[in-house]
Write a protein that binds this ligand. Structure first.
Ligand SMILES: Nc1ncnc2c1ncn2[C@@H]1O[C@H](COP(=O)(O)OP(=O)(O)OP(=O)(O)O)[C@@H](O)[C@H]1O
Length: 230
């Protein structure tokens, strides 16, 4: 799965503005390699925006983001996106069949590899033959994850990857994150599910109204502790 290569992001005084509105403001943080970082916080806090900065789906309007010491704009953007795969909250399928979609970034992907990737995400291997237009939202989300995994990314950025899934399917996705970590890869996860953040994350960034409110291991982060208390 992951290429087991350590990757560290550093955010230096990062801001994102849209007109007069500050969506992210003065975020300075390190996202450590070889583990799972969860980005938590209330709806509208800027979590998806922060995630999208990490593979340049979006560029900051202030400050900068570095990957292993190199500012992201100095890297080839397509090469960056192969190394740092994003699975967006809204799945976007690009071709007619699931197999063709999995081959978008990997034309050499064999049918056997495709079936194995689908199985990893909790989908029946026979889904390779399905038409993308007929998939449910949760199925499409998992095909997008399988498509990202096909590129063997060093980092997986996951935006609410289990929001459309039942418990069993969500467990398959959590297994993908655990396997990536075990292989030395890096995952960055936006999740409203505080239990999921506690299960998977080594480190948690809590955003509130565009600012970094706290960062630390799940057991030390007040936002998760408050959600866990009766
Ligand atoms: N292109 C844009 N133009 C204007 N406002 C935007 C734009 N993109 C995001 N926003 C606003 O920025 C804020 C943060 O959005 P973002 O999607 O990052 O939040 P989030 O924490 O991921 O929210 P949620 O948990 O609801 O998915 C929201 O108020 C959103 O409406």
């Amino acid at each position: 799965m992951g290429r087991a290569r350590a990757v560290t992001f550093v955010l230096e005084a990062v801001g994102v503005r849209r007109g007069d509105t500050a969506i992210l403001e003065d975020i300075t943080a390190t996202i450590r390699s070889g583990g799972c970082t969860a980005i938590a916080g209330p709806s509208g806090a800027g979590k998806s925006t922060l995630l999208r900065l990490l593979n340049r789906m979006l560029d900051p309007t202030a400050g900068r983001v570095l990957l292993d010491g190199t500012p992201l704009p100095a890297l080839d953007v397509l090469a960056l996106r192969r190394r740092v795969g994003l699975v967006a909250q809204q799945p976007t399928l690009l071709t007619d069949t699931v197999l063709d979609d999995l081959r978008v970034g990997r034309p050499d992907l064999t049918e056997e590899e495709a079936r194995s990737l689908l199985d990893t995400t909790g989908l029946p291997p026979a889904f390779a033959e399905r038409r993308t237009a007929d998939l449910s939202g949760g199925e499409a989300q998992r095909v997008c994850l399988a498509r990202a995994l096909a590129l063997r990314p060093e980092v997986l950025l996951l935006d609410e990857p289990t929001s459309a899934l039942d418990r069993a399917s969500a467990e398959a996705i959590e297994g993908v994150v655990s396997d990536l970590r075990a292989a030395g890869g890096t995952a960055v996860l936006v999740s409203h599910d505080t239990g999921q953040a506690r299960r998977l994350a080594d480190d948690v960034l809590v955003l509130r109204a565009g600012r970094l409110e706290e960062q630390g291991p799940p057991g030390d982060v007040g936002y998760l502790r408050a959600a866990a208390s009766p």
